[in-house]
Design a protein around this ligand. Structure first.
Ligand code: SF4
Length: 396
């Protein structure tokens, strides 16, 4: 959908090691060099600032900024500050903006937490993933449980009130008891937000090469479904609102940045592999650093990535459905009539009715949403049927 961008995502593609399930665009920097000491990181900070400064301003001051990765906490406070300042000079950052950063446990100390807070970051997403040292080791993570506790304590001491923890279910050899223990340990740390993802086996990762879906020691599909339902029950009972398929928040602490994506709004993207959605065009930057540097130096490349594009209505509707149905509040169906037309929406009714009868979709007034937890658990199946219908209409 075309609207004015109010959010910016910045990809920081460095990690100390590559986790066994990860296919993100990153470079492994090892344990020694980080921040200003690393020539590779210095060069990248120059490049991302160059991209920001050359990108056309298409909207008002930014309401949300998200430093993701990778491990953004491997940058020095000076480097983070330089990127933030460049962003502020170019687009403006609203005084009330949500400014998030992903920080991995064991990748920072208390003084860095304090410096990060002082730069203006006001939300931290912590990659906890699990609370069992054996599981963390089997996933190739660099941190252990004690590092998670320390990270939270350091961030609190630095003045961060808005903390999110990431957890993963469906890991090799992860039992239901492990998952329950991780959920409880996470709740005990009193975050404002929790993300609970199901492991996705990506072909080019260590896990992807080691296991096939359904292989032992991966939990069976029925087991991961049980884990999903358990997370829903446990976190809701602890006072978290299940506001998106994989995300839970205390009241008032939904991630404003990610809501921009799910509401299909425009956003800037900067850096290796980052996607932007501007003027109707979704654009993914090169995923390798060398290719990104070449792209950056190509005359007209940045302007082309931000140029208006008219997309096919069926494709645009598919995108809106895929994103909007992730949210518990679902989609305002009447608001879709103007951009997409009543006819195409009407043609989806048989599919909607089928899944309504199955108990996976529901109407609340004019809003269509997935039920919780069952509809959300089987969202892929629901979306596949909706897309199939859209495709069938498009080929008539
Ligand atoms: S820390 Fe995150 S981005 Fe880095 S390798 Fe692990 S999962 Fe991937």
């Amino acid at each position: 959908m075309i609207n004015l961008p109010i959010a910016a995502y910045l990809h920081i593609p460095f990690c100390r090691r590559r986790c066994f399930y990860c296919d993100f665009p990153i470079s492994v920097v090892g344990d020694r060099l980080r921040g200003d000491q690393s020539g590779m990181i210095r060069q990248y900070v120059d490049a991302i600032c160059q991209e920001i400064a050359a990108t056309p301003v298409l909207g008002p001051a930014l309401q949300t900024v998200f430093f993701g990765g990778g491990t953004p906490s491997l940058l020095s406070p000076n480097q983070l500050d330089r990127i933030l300042q460049t962003l502020d000079r170019r687009f403006g950052i609203a005084a009330t903006a949500e400014i998030s950063i992903e920080m991995d446990p064991a990748s920072f100390d208390r003084s860095q937490a304090i410096a990060t807070r002082q730069l203006g970051f006001n939300r931290v997403s912590i990659g906890a993933q699990a609370f069992q040292d054996g599981l963390l080791e089997r996933c190739g993570r660099t941190h252990r449980r004690a590092d998670i506790d320390r990270a939270v304590a350091d961030l609190r001491a630095a003045g961060f009130e808005n903390l999110s923890l990431d957890l993963i279910s469906g890991l090799p050899e992860q039992t239901l008891a492990d998952w329950q223990a991780s959920l409880e340990a996470a709740i005990a740390l009193e975050p404002t937000h929790l993300s609970a993802y199901d492991l996705v086996l990506e072909p080019e990762t260590v896990f992807g090469k080691r296991y096939q879906p359904g292989d032992r020691p991966l939990p069976a599909d029925e087991q991961t479904a049980v884990m999903y339902r358990l997370a829903h029950r446990t976190l809701e009972a602890a006072g978290f609102e299940h506001y998106e398929i994989s995300n839970y928040a205390r009241s008032g602490f939904q991630c404003r940045h990610n809501r921009v994506y799910w509401q299909d709004q425009s956003f800037y993207g900067f850096g290796v592999g980052a996607t932007s959605a501007l003027q109707g065009q979704r654009f993914g930057r090169p995923r390798r650093r060398a290719d990104y540097f070449i792209w950056l130096e190509t005359p007209g490349a940045i302007a082309a990535a931000c140029a208006p594009v008219t997309s096919d209505p069926a494709d645009a509707l598919a995108e809106t459905l895929m994103l909007g149905l992730r949210l518990a509040e679902g989609l305002d169906w009447t608001a879709l009539e103007q951009p997409f037309g009543a006819e195409i929406l009407r043609s989806l009714q048989p599919v909607i009715q089928r899944y309504q009868q199955a108990g996976w979709l529901q109407w609340q007034g004019d809003r269509l949403s997935l039920t919780q937890p069952e509809g959300m658990l089987f969202s892929n199946q629901v979306l596949a049927s909706l897309f199939e219908r859209l495709e069938a209409i498009a080929t008539v």
